[in-house]
Write a protein that binds this ligand. Structure first.
Ligand code: ADP
Ligand code: MG
Length: 246
């Protein structure tokens, strides 16, 4: 593992029952960079991202994360690690009966045992950064999809994760909401966070990616530097994919 890598995935395979959905996956996630996972629907992007968070077991290979090796036999190996990994999904699943500020501060106060005053200050600063300073007492039902997704991002960030995973977080938003959420990710990606991003927004992917991992049918077809992948995809499949998305 190169010093600059936060995660190294080696020979990773995963099955759902008898069906193999990830085949011998090998790649590393460099620190403070953005890795974009691309691939057609069903290619295994969500499964891979959930495996990186310990949400899905795997049957072969290993994941080295924060210098700890996890393989398919590791028991409780994710316990210490998971707290350092943030995740934002397509469905924001905020707690509907809690205000925005409560949604955001619950984890750091209850789970991380941080001081309420410190957490409140941090929460307000982050809400301001995503344009939601006025909404701390609002409830999720009163927010637009884009606003809810921004709260979900703040909720992940306030936990100060070392790695943050985003799985198609704009996929269920109305088109006019997408841009605001993507702008926030772009701001976050300016070199202080290690991010893995699954997206179908190719313009955005091109702007944000330091590394692209292109998957098809659970296999890595091509890995490239962000700009190189978009400018000069090496494989025919990647070329076809990019054309189909443009
Ligand atoms: P993507 O996110 O790229 O669209 P997924 O990771 O969701 O792809 O799915 C990869 C493959 O795994 C698909 O064939 C899908 O049908 C299958 N799959 C995903 N989740 C499950 C599950 N819980 N049980 C069985 N098969 C699944
Ligand atoms: Mg998916």
């Amino acid at each position: 593992m190169v010093d600059n890598d936060l995660v190294k995935i080696s020979k990773l395979s995963k099955f759902y029952g008898k069906k193999q959905v990830l085949h011998n996956i090998n790649f590393s996630i460099p620190k403070n960079k953005v890795t974009v996972l691309l691939g057609p629907s069903g290619s295994g992007k969500s499964t891979l991202i959930r495996t990186l968070n310990g949400l899905e077991p795997f049957q072969a290979g290993a994941i080295e994360v924060f210098n700890q090796v996890i393989d398919s036999h590791t028991k409780n190996g994710w316990r210490d690690i998971r707290g350092k990994i943030g995740m934002v999904f397509q469905s924001y699943d905020l707690f509907p009966n809690m205000s925005v500020i409560k949604n955001v501060t619950l984890g750091p106060v209850k789970v991380q045992k941080r001081k309420v005053s410190e957490v409140l200050t941090a929460a307000r600063a982050l809400l301001k950064e995503v344009g939601l300073a006025e909404y701390e007492n609002a409830y999720p039902r009163n927010l637009s999809g884009g606003q809810k997704q921004r709260v979900a991002i703040v909720r992940a960030l306030i936990l100060r994760p070392s790695l943050i995973l985003f799985d198609e977080i704009t996929a269920s938003l109305d088109p006019e909401m997408v841009r605001g959420v993507l702008e926030i990710l772009k701001k976050l990606a300016d070199g202080k966070l290690t991010m893995v991003v699954v997206t179908h927004e190719m313009n955005f992917a091109q702007q944000i990616a330091d590394q692209v991992v292109f998957l098809e049918e659970g296999k890595i077809v091509e890995i490239g530097g962000g700009q190189d992948f978009f400018d000069q995809p090496k494989t025919l499949r990647a070329q076809q994919f990019l054309e189909s998305m443009s």
